[in-house]
Design a protein around this ligand. Sequence first.
Ligand code: SAH
Ligand code: SF4
Length: 362
Amino acid sequence: MTLDFDEILNKSDFTKDDLIFLLNAEDEFRKKIFARAAEVKEEYIGNKVYYRGLIEYSNRCSKNCYYCGVRAGNKKIKRYQLTDDEVVEAAVFAHKNKFASIVIQAGERSGKVFTAKIETLIRKIHKATNSELHITLSLGEQSEETYRKWFKAGAHRYLLRIEVSSPDLYIKLHPLNKIHDYQTRLDCLRSLKQIGYQVGTGVMIGLPFQTIDDLAEDLLFFKKFDIDMAGMGPYIEHNDTPLFQYSEQLLPKAGRFDLSLKMVALLRIMMKNINIAATTAMQSIDPQGREKAIMIGSNVVMPNLTPIKYREDYLLYQDKPCVDEEAEECRGCLEARIKMAGAEVGYGEWGDSKHYKNNLHA
Ligand code: SAH
Ligand code: SF4
């Protein structure tokens, strides 16, 4: 017996074949997916959107991921690291403006000096904000001991994208060596979860060599790993990276954007109460990209709080939006955009993933 589109869309659990079928949907079928996802969001999440003030702490990185503009091998960029005062100032801005939560993101580095620095920073931020801010880290792969130290110092959440869930594809996008190992990344995700972080992961969409089959597997990976938060967005090529040579094989940007929207919508249907970010990469392809994502499933946005003078140097990909907008300006513009998307900013609320909270009480 073959099921029709609506029967598949209304299933409670998608198989890989269902997901491939849905990811390929066009026209009115594509709209049906979005409508269903919006319905699920309304029922399980409501219309609140939470802010995570993004602090791009440093573009120093020891790795060489083939897709990324701040990879160690890119000698064209000026490397920077914020001072402690600059980080605390950005955190205080977030606190005063009732963002309730910040993300500290940087290139990956290990070593005692770096890890101790982060620990101190976490404590300084808590002191300056009465421990009222929730702190998310996105600092790549670290030892379990480091993750524990940071957790103890007061970090609550961790974002570590698996980038692609297929080990075969992972190899094509990273140098083949010990510091770019798929299994290590997976182990890191496991230890973060075990330590008690709210764990977010995600993938890039529309990469060279990536197929719809891979994306279906990515969605199943999120479900199986039982993630609390997701951040997914289109892959956007960067001139000064090895992957740039495959640019001609890529889907047009509009197609990558559309696939990203479908991924968000399907994930919302599959994992009803997790937090899903409307990512900056979506906005960089479509000026209304984040609003579109909010309408069909996302409930988190990450306004950029990095001091302007550093932003041009944190270009993970080209055409990153808002590189010249002060935090204050950005805040006003974003609130208006969120309202236009029929949502409301959850000021002063941590906006923890309901999924994480439910699991704690389970
Ligand atoms: N170094 C840390 C965090 C910073 S990179 C880490 O790698 O985990 C944050 C994210 O930027 C990466 O996880 C990746 O998914 C995304 N990114 C890097 N290059 C990109 C590109 N060319 N297009 C879209 N996203 C990109
Ligand atoms: Fe470094 Fe992260 Fe970019 Fe990889 S994706 S090169 S780890 S900043």
